[in-house]
Design a protein around this ligand. Sequence first.
Ligand code: F0G
Length: 459
Amino acid sequence: MSLPYAEPYKIKMVEQIYRSTQEEREKWIKEADYNLFNLKSEQVYIDLLTDSGTGSMSDKQWSAMMLGDESYAGASSYYKMKDAVKNILGFDYFLPTHQGRAAENVLFSAMINKGDVVPGNSHFDTTKGHIEFRKAKAIDCTIDEAFDTTLNYPFKGNLDLDKLEAVLKKYPKEKIPMIIVTITNNSSGGQPVSLQNMKDVKALADKYDIPVFYDSARFAENAYFIKIREEAYKHKKIKEIVKEMYKYADGMTMSSKKDAIVNMGGFIGMRSEELFKKASVYNIMFEGYITYGGMSGRDMNALAQGLDEGTEFEVLEARIKQVEYLGNKLMESGIPLQQPIGGHAVFVDAKRFLPQIKKEEYIAQTVAVELYIVGGIRGVEIGTILADRDPETRKNRYPELEFVRLAIPRRTYTNSHMDYVAAVCKKIFDNRHEAKHGMRILEEAPIMRHFTVKLEKIK
Ligand code: F0G
């Protein structure tokens, strides 16, 4: 008999969480204008809003923090982080930033101009926001398979090479500052990109002389999936796969709050010294001097340690197995999910969950609010509200997929919490036919509206 799987760590510190009543939650969510971002964290029992900056650091990371060097320039912590970026990812040049979108802001300031186009695979919302803010356009070249949630395709994050080449042919080289490959592809369900696809994208990019940048927030999870699902890499170590992945990139932006398992931090990795010099100017303006870029020394130390731990197979296996554990439980209850289960989160297919609700009534938000009311669980809408309005027509963009994302923070919750989440989801799913209407927007910001939108339930 084979023994069951168990995590390769034990718990050293605990944090009390409040178990509220449904009555309390109904009042709180109304006061929060049915926007889950407006809730106080103590009003949430299980917080699956994001896996970004919400993970638990290890004892080694905490002890690295005590050795942080807080010098303004040339801190040893900066060099530790520089070494980790070079050794693990292979980039000679790097700039620390306070988080991922700050890396985008700095890099795009140096590279993207008005009228440019930036092809990629379902650009993340901050990435798209930073592109559109510069009056440039993000063009989605994700493979069609990603949009059929029932299809069990191993690399749904992949770029469609024909779609990509069509963009590279249509626009002059000067108008395409970069191709962005998001690993894993968050917006299409935490889905990985294969190493073969990375190679192919790079070959195509070279043909048209366009640089390739990886939006790398969950690069280690992507490497795990390559090991598990791509035959040629099954005997390779995660760190070897990571090295190979980055051979096909000219640079990267990183939100270290994910796979580097820190609460705050980011960076840009680059091969070009010229780009490094250009981006340094913006880094100094927006983030801080080039040897700290908005991070404290202790945070850079924890990040360097986190990059190392986060690219260990055992750490990734424990994390991804927990996400699968939740996903499998939901599937046992018949709940429709993006297949296969993603790296950092379970993506509930809201359109199939509540087919009777019109897309104009924000289907995924309706499901997300219900999860909170019934169980105190905070997920997030990845649907029409997040997709924002078209910057030109100002009309709502209705994405093909409406998800409620249940993102699992790293090393934070136990599988009993996952059992609870699954039970709450089942309860709502079993009563789904009772839902008659969704929600209506009362107030919204001109860009990235999902953070501050105010809603009401349609009676
Ligand atoms: N790129 C991807 C793929 C992301 O998922 C995120 C953040 C960012 C860039 C921006 O990084 O938050 O450090 O500024 N994603 C979080 C999420 C917020 O919940 O998925 P950041």
